[in-house]
Design a protein around this ligand. Structure first.
Ligand code: DCP
Ligand code: MG
Length: 442
């Protein structure tokens, strides 16, 4: 369906996919209120798709009698909410909320235990539908992915926006769950857009409006600005992205080093990251810069332990595992050292990551003062073959079992409920001052 400039000003209907001829609120063809209009609608190519209330949507599909009921997935061994349907969310239920609180907010909710195997299967079905649209699909988690649809217009006979809307309808019809899509010219804003009008959302952020759109948004919208870094920025008087837009690059670099660079560019809607197909990231890593330089085992080991736990948590959440453990150090004079070791089998356990990285760290402890420590896992793969029982080191198997038990307790009572010997009582001391991210390459 070739499009013209005139078409692009009119948009299309997300229900019948008819191009809109008039500037009316409803679709002139089917009367649906879901008509989408945007001046750049037919030029944009970068999409982010995220399923709506994913686990709950899958369960509602399989239990139609629950369609209009508040539904919570969680409980059982897990003491927290994994997700809640949008009806339960209106009543205040949120992911990661303790189950008793969720039931206080919504006593009539139906609670189902998660069926991970099923969700992984459905997630894969949706992923293969994405891969039929473009080879450039980058899964981020079980229910979300980036898609680069540039250059697919000839294949599909229509621009990316329509491909995306058609895809959303197909997932509803063929899989039975709904998705929200964001369309933009870069990853950062595509992801922001997909979160904009959930559920069944379709939001567009064009290049011409990006800076203006970002101006009044909170800094936490910026990819990589977590709770801790947002607090640092707030202490410095920076709350909105507009304030960052008015700052010089040099000033941001001086204040926040490499993160300053990211703030500067993303605040202006400049994001050059491309879509990497097949796996979510080349590696999963976490790092922290210290308030003052550190050099001893006693100082560094607990930090390495905490970082290993962070990496492990991300691997577990993303349903991936990795075969190579990488240690990163930055010396006082900014020299970066990386050391790595390959494992016999992929891992996603904090204990294995830590036990592998610790000897690498010990070799570097010769009095050198370090300003940064990081740990990461490379050579990512699916988790099926991860962490087999260790026949040689039976202690490692016992520790792996203990870690599983700790994971369950943490989900039940919160992250800090169980601290290991290494991290006990130190959590607040090594909160990263520079947010680290799984897409940081090292
Ligand atoms: N999940 C979980 N624990 C969390 C967050 C999420 O177990 N703290 C699981 C359940 C979700 C799934 O991951 O269904 C996908 O996570 P999302 O953050 O995309 O949340 P939902 O898809 O549930 O809701 P939304 O419509 O906000 O995307
Ligand atoms: Mg989701």
């Amino acid at each position: 369906m070739p499009t013209t400039t005139a078409d692009s000003e009119r948009g299309f209907c997300r229900d019948c996919l008819t191009l809109q001829k008039r500037e009316t609120g409803r679709c002139y063809h089917c009367g649906s209120p879901r008509a989408t209009r945007h001046p750049e609608l037919f030029q944009l190519h970068l999409a982010h798709i995220d399923c709506d209330a994913f686990y709950a949507s899958v369960e509602k599909r399989d239990h139609p009698e629950l369609k209009d009921k508040p539904l919570i997935i969680g409980g059982g061994k897990r003491g927290v909410v994994s997700t809640a349907c949008y009806i339960a969310r209106i009543r205040g239920v949120r992911s990661a909320m303790p189950m008793f609180k969720a039931l206080e907010a919504c006593p009539d909710a139906v609670v189902l235990k998660p069926d991970m195997e099923k969700y992984v299967r459905v997630g894969r079905e949706i992923r293969s539908m994405m891969q039929a649209l473009t080879p450039l699909v980058e899964p981020i988690s079980i229910d979300e992915a980036f898609l680069d649809l540039s250059g697919t217009e000839r294949l599909h006979g229509e621009p990316p926006a329509l491909v995306l809307a058609r895809f959303a309808l197909a997932v509803e019809r063929e899989i039975g769950v709904s998705v929200s899509a964001g369309l933009s010219y870069c990853k950062f804003l595509a992801k922001v857009a997909s979160d904009f009008r959930k559920p069944r959302g379709f939001s567009v952020i064009g290049e011409a409006e990006a800076v203006e759109f970002l101006k009044d948004q909170p800094v936490s919208l910026i990819w990589g600005v977590g709770r801790v870094f947002a607090a640092t920025l707030e202490q410095d008087g920076i709350k909105t992205i507009g304030q960052i837009q008015r700052m010089e690059l040099n000033d941001l670099l001086r204040r926040y080093s490499s993160m300053g660079n990211r703030l500067y560019h993303l605040a202006r809607g400049v994001d050059e990251r491309t879509v990497h197909p097949d796996h979510a990231a080349k590696n999963v890593s976490a790092e922290t810069t210290f308030n003052s330089d550190l050099s001893t085992r006693d100082q560094l080991a607990p930090i390495l332990r905490a970082l290993s736990e962070k990496v492990s948590a991300r691997l577990k959440k993303a349903e991936i595992a990795g075969r190579t453990v990488v240690l990163k150090l930055k010396t006082r004079d900014f020299k970066i050292k990386t050391r790595n070791r390959q494992l016999a089998a992929p891992t996603r356990l904090a204990d294995r990551i830590f036990e592998t990285a610790m000897p690498l760290l010990e070799k570097e402890l010769d009095g050198t003062r370090f300003r940064l420590l990081g740990v990461g896992v490379h050579d990512l793969t699916t988790p099926e073959k991860a962490d087999p029982p260790d026949l040689i080191d039976t202690k490692a198997t016992r520790r792996a079992k203990a870690e599983e038990a700790i994971d369950i307790l943490r989900e039940k009572f919160g992250k800090k409920a169980v601290e290991t010997g290494y991290t006990f009582g130190q959590s607040s001391r090594f909160e990263p001052q520079q947010p680290s991210d799984r897409e940081d390459d090292f």
